[in-house]
Structure formats: structure tokens, C-alpha cells
Write a protein that binds this ligand. Sequence first.
Ligand code: ZN
Length: 123
Amino acid sequence: MAQQEMKCPTCGGDKFRHKEGSTYRCAYCGGTVIGPEIRRAPAASATQEQTATRRSNKDKTTALILCLFLGGIGVHKFYLGQTAWGILYILFCWTQITFLIAFIEFIVLAATSSEEFDRKYNF
Ligand SMILES: [Zn+2]
């Protein structure tokens, strides 16, 4: 047996049946023993799956802050990977229209759910 040494505190037996998590049942007296955890795979594989489906990792909060404070010069557009739009914002920021558009975008972005945001920008 490759398992590390574990002894039942009640009868000293060394055979156990795994119950769940780090809980084992003694094969001799049936007592419950806390041992090394075996199953923790589900949580790990779930996070792995999530990082695998996400190619980029843009953050909605960061985008919101950039949009609010630097939106008039299109910084949020550069952050979201829409470089062409960002350049347009810089070109037209003297008209101050971009500040108005950025403010509207801020509201739209704030109303966008995280899932929607991921679908749009973290594909
Ligand atoms: Zn026992």
C-alpha cells in the first residue's frame, strides 16, 4: 500500500475505508479517523476549465474606472483592445464629445453583467 501510515486511535488497526474528504472509517472497529484528504480534484479542475475558456483577462472594474476618469481620451478603449476606437477618441477629445460618449459608455458598462462583459471582451 502506497498510503502513508495511519493508525486507528481506538484499536490500533491500520486498515481504513475512505468515507469522504479527510474522514476514514476503521475496518476493524468502525471508528472514524481523520486522515489525509484524498478528494479535492473537483474544485481544482473547475478553476482550470475557467482559465482555459478565457483567453484574455480584462477586468470590468478596471474598465469602469478607466472609462470614468480617462474615458474622454479613450483609455478604456485601448484597455478593452479596441485600439482603433481609442485613437479616434484621442483625435476628437478636444471636441469634448468623447467625454459625453465615455460617460454613456460608463453607464452601459456598469449595467453590463460580468458574464456579458466576459463574453464581449474576454473571449
Ligand atoms: Zn479501529
